[in-house]
Ligand binder design. Sequence first.
Ligand SMILES: [Fe+2]
Length: 459
Amino acid sequence: MASHLQIDPLPEAPAGEGPRSTGVSYQQLLDADTRPVPEVLRLESARELPVVRVPLERYTSQEFHDLEVEKIWKRCWQFACREEEIPEPGDHTLYEIAEMRVLIVRGEDRKVRAFPNTCLHRGRALKDHAGRSDSIRCPFHAWTWNLDGSLKEVPCRWDFPHVDRDDYHLPEYRTGTWGGFVFINMDPNTESFESYIGDLPNHFERWPLEKRYTEAHVAHLMRCNWKVAQEAFMEAYHVVATHPQILAGIGDANSQYDAWDNFSRAITANMTPSPHIDFEPDEQEMLQSILTTSLDSAPMIRVPEGMTARQLMAQMARMQLQATVPSATDLTDAEMNDSFYYTLFPNFHPWGAYNRIVYRFRPYQNDPHRSIMEVIYLSPYRGSKRPAPAPVHWLDWDEPWTNAPELGPLCKIFAQDTFNLPKVQLGLKSARHTHATFANYQETKLRHFHALLDKYIAA
Ligand SMILES: [Fe+2]
């Protein structure tokens, strides 16, 4: 297969144009915050990514999908489940990637272990569903393993003199945990989980995701490649065309993009106008443009004299959050207003601050034209008893997001975001050109992703 990455030298910006949008930069916006701004928001990464155009076949070809299975899914650390899904010994759940299933079990020692979901006798799937049991017993012939993967029992043991107990330990995948998420890696020889996630935990120090519970978990089947879906949630460049109703109150083209090692982030400010609009909205107009989208019914809230919409929204959000997060009084206007959307390669997208969103994108079985998009809301809770996690709510291929009312008013935004995606996949099938072209700055996260994809595919 031909090289996947096309590297061009970066030409000079067109006459009269700088490398960034006109308007207030994110760092300038932070200067006006009413609270001390944490170091992590002040970080700006170096960007030495090559300008990339990537071959369209990586979104459409079976061959490229098969490469991803071998080089990405079998080799990279990936988010498999939340710890809260398996709180007690014997609790188990299943993680599915492409057509592989992984069984994740909490042992008597409370340790989380991951095994291929396959009986070592004749290969039946060991478990069909999540649940709780004191051992792992194959329903076909009742071969049984302990929760730590050691072989417990083989019916008619006399008939298997050639089966040594130690040789029939379930093969174990590596696991790692961070922020209440369980990650797995099928490759015993790659880098450690701690090295793989790098500085990501430092970025989330003020927003501990382990102190949350899964308030909603929606999985939507999508008629597009998993990367087509994922990439729609890695930039704000699409806002002007896809969400024009919020332009008065979103600094879309003034977003900041950073990339470090295996993760990247974008920051898009709210309650600041888009440089795309040709009028200067007042504070009330900015507030209204966001409220009508983010709330079910826009209440009559007026921005008081001498206050900005940004300050008002931050104050209201802090008061609401204080019920579950007492330290909310110290959170900046930025943390209360803005979108901090991180991506850990290959497919894990936790949002920063107290925005509840986590996305995950996966291929649907081995079909390069279909995928699964998941939206998880991780919310803080009152008291010490974590509420039970919401079960996965599946939405069918063409089902409207509004069928998942647990996602609240953001359903409208998800519907706008995903409207284009099957049409991208259709367009790709008719293409006569060969490459997708990314923006130099605003598609930093996509370029970073594809640079990592290339690195792993080439390894
Ligand atoms: Fe969007």
